[in-house]
Design a protein around this ligand. Structure first.
Ligand code: DGI
Ligand code: FE
Ligand code: FE
Length: 194
């Protein structure tokens, strides 16, 4: 029997499909994101079931080969500028397309939360923010500042989005990594003083 309205698969079946796509370590991360996303959904009044499904599927495509992303970007008419980026950017934006086709998830809010989970965006729904933040603070994460991010997340979700956007950008700059334009848009909307 179908256990939710967003996917033809119930949570158990979905979990199994997700688990088959990734390492034990990444699957543990996914379960941590789910637990955190459901807690944030309860705190901020989003649908916990939607948060659960978005969290379970957010990194679904992360271990797919580069060639598969390149093929899908061309075949499904994504912006070809994506070909200049890599897995870090593809697994959310393009990964949502794998989730839709292979897991039958058609809920546009869930798909958008998956698309935005790495970079954020200027416009973010409550669910987008929950997945973006839960991914950053789930119990398995350990980096300087994560404890502060966890505390902020349960006080003010927008402040947590800002904290994450700023610190992710600082980290990328420190590593001299290219910044995806959407990450800058996120910074300008949620961090920069107007
Ligand atoms: O998939 P996860 O490891 O759980 O976390 P994620 O999807 O938030 O981030 C994946 C990676 O993407 C992480 O190493 C940081 C990186 N990233 C985020 N924004 C940008 C970025 N990498 C580049 N080059 N540019 C960005 O703007
Ligand atoms: Fe991710
Ligand atoms: Fe993740």
């Amino acid at each position: 029997m179908k256990a939710n309205n967003y996917s033809a698969l119930d949570r158990e079946a979905l979990m199994q499909k997700v688990q088959m796509q990734m390492s034990t370590k990444r699957f543990k991360h996914v379960l941590g994101v789910e637990e955190t996303a459901v807690a944030l959904a309860e705190k901020y009044g989003a649908a916990p079931e939607k948060a659960s499904i978005a969290a379970l599927t957010h990194d679904y495509a992360k271990e797919r080969p580069k060639e598969e992303f390149q093929m899908v970007i061309r075949r499904e008419n994504f912006d070809l500028d994506l070909l200049n980026w890599n897995n870090a950017i593809w697994h959310g934006i393009v990964g949502a397309n794998f989730v839709q086709r292979e897991l039958g998830i058609e809920d546009e809010e869930i798909l958008q939360a998956i698309r935005l989970h790495t970079t954020g965006a200027a416009e973010m729904t409550l669910l987008d923010k929950i997945i973006y933040v839960a991914d950053y603070i789930e119990p398995g994460r350990s980096f300087p500042g994560v404890q502060e991010a966890r505390e902020i997340a349960f006080l003010n979700l927008d402040d947590a989005v800002a904290y994450e956007a700023k610190h992710t950008l600082l980290h990328l700059l420190e590593q001299e990594q290219p910044i995806y334009p959407k990450s800058i848009e996120t910074y300008n909307r949620w961090v920069a003083k107007k």
